[in-house]
Design a protein around this ligand. Structure first.
Ligand SMILES: NC(=O)c1ccc[n+]([C@@H]2O[C@H](COP(=O)([O-])OP(=O)(O)OC[C@H]3O[C@@H](n4cnc5c(N)ncnc54)[C@H](O)[C@@H]3O)[C@@H](O)[C@H]2O)c1
Length: 346
């Protein structure tokens, strides 16, 4: 018999995940909820699945697992509520909208044996898996540089940005995760900067519409992250892994949203990727198939909260660097946050 999975948060990604889950091997049925009752009823009607009026009612309805795709600010509380009840959980990235809440959720998870998977879908992208394997096989020699690019075609609503934790915690966190995962190295310091030339409401919400960061890795490799909310040609997510013996790139396909101006160049010739849903369609499906296996006890979580919190530290350092105008070490951020926590509890 398959699992009954509760989906909490039915916005852009939650409704997409719900459609992917429905009909997947190992999934019997869904139950859905959103803080916005009209969204709950729209998705419940569209997918012909039952609705719950709120997360508590969903938890109590006898689900085998939950998928949390609500706004980042509610992740920590929902993860805690799910693991307290012993319910296997998939939660979208980031673990939470701040490092403090991420640590709170992590501690709650670690007090239980309940499996939790965080939604870093890039780890399931075929190209990025090949890059990971090339590094593990030693094919690239020593890595001098990684370049990770995440360019959104258009900004999400400002209401989303205001609750997102900022571009580094919300968007570049995917780059931080994939840099760690592919290189097998930890980040030691971050220099980040940002700019606003688009909707002034983004700056008013305390964020930047374009960001860049230089990361130093503990194996001696440098990484460069580039991200924006304004790349009208399409959704561009690439990882270049450049080594002393060879170099590879994931995401350099015919749908790359770049227009070559070199005479005679034919590449790329396809329709540009329009958004993360089409660029990472296979990866989103594969991460949920993995989660169904986690729920069935066939595998352990492929991306634990502890693993995901490592990227949250990098995002925290990037946010501090952006606002402080200087390079920030991960050790310094950890000390600062843990010291503040200690003072608050004494
Ligand atoms: N992995 C990825 O590539 C990816 C892509 C997009 C979004 N995300 C993440 O998914 C989450 C949702 O993003 P989105 O783009 O779908 O946002 P969205 O604003 O479109 O949807 C969020 C939904 O959550 C609902 N919600 C908020 N708080 C809730 C709560 N406490 N209980 C129930 N519902 C609640 C809102 O009403 C809304 O419908 C964010 O954490 C985001 O970082 C991940």
């Amino acid at each position: 018999m398959g699992a009954r999975i509760g989906v909490i948060g039915l916005g852009r990604i939650g409704s997409y995940h719900a459609r992917n889950l429905l009909g997947m091997d190992g999934v019997d049925t869904l139950i859905v909820t959103d803080a916005d009752p009209s969204r709950t009823s729209d998705v419940s009607t569209e997918l012909d699945v039952p609705a719950a009026p709120n997360p508590d009612a969903l938890f109590e309805s006898g689900v085998d697992a939950v998928l949390i795709a609500a706004s980042s600010g509610s992740h920590a509380e929902l993860i805690e509520a799910a693991v307290d009840r012993g319910i296997p959980t998939f939660c979208e990235k980031p673990v939470a909208d701040s490092i403090e809440s991420s640590l709170r959720a992590l501690r709650a998870v670690e007090q239980t044996a309940v499996p939790v998977q965080i939604g870093f879908q890039r780890r399931f992208d075929p190209g990025l898996i090949s890059a990971y394997n090339a590094v593990r096989a030693g094919d690239l020699g020593w890595l001098h540089t990684l370049r990770s690019t995440t360019l959104d075609p258009a900004p999400p609503p400002v209401s989303y940005i205001a609750r997102s934790g900022g571009i580094f915690r919300d968007c570049a966190i995917h780059d931080f995760d994939i840099i760690r995962w592919v290189s097998g190295q930890e980040v030691t310091s971050v220099f980040a900067t940002g700019a606003n030339q688009g909707d002034p409401a983004i700056a008013e919400a305390g964020d930047v519409d374009t960001g860049a960061a230089v990361l130093t890795l503990d194996g001696g490799t440098l990484a460069v992250v580039s991200t924006t909310r304004y790349n009208a040609r399409g959704y561009d997510s690439r990882l270049e892994v450049l080594g002393s013996a060879d170099s590879v790139v994931a995401g350099l396909d015919e749908q790359l949203p770049l227009r070559s101006v070199d005479p005679g160049a034919q590449f790329p010739s396809g329709v540009p990727h329009s958004f993360f849903m089409d660029r990472f369609a296979a990866a989103y499906r594969a991460e949920l198939e993995a989660f169904v296996d986690v729920v069935a006890g066939r595998r352990t979580s492929p991306c634990t909260p502890a693993d995901a919190v490592e990227s949250a530290w990098i995002a925290e350092a990037a946010a501090l660097s952006l606002h402080g105008g200087r390079s920030v070490t991960i050790a310094e951020v950890k000390e600062l946050v843990l010291q503040t926590e200690k003072e608050a509890s004494s």
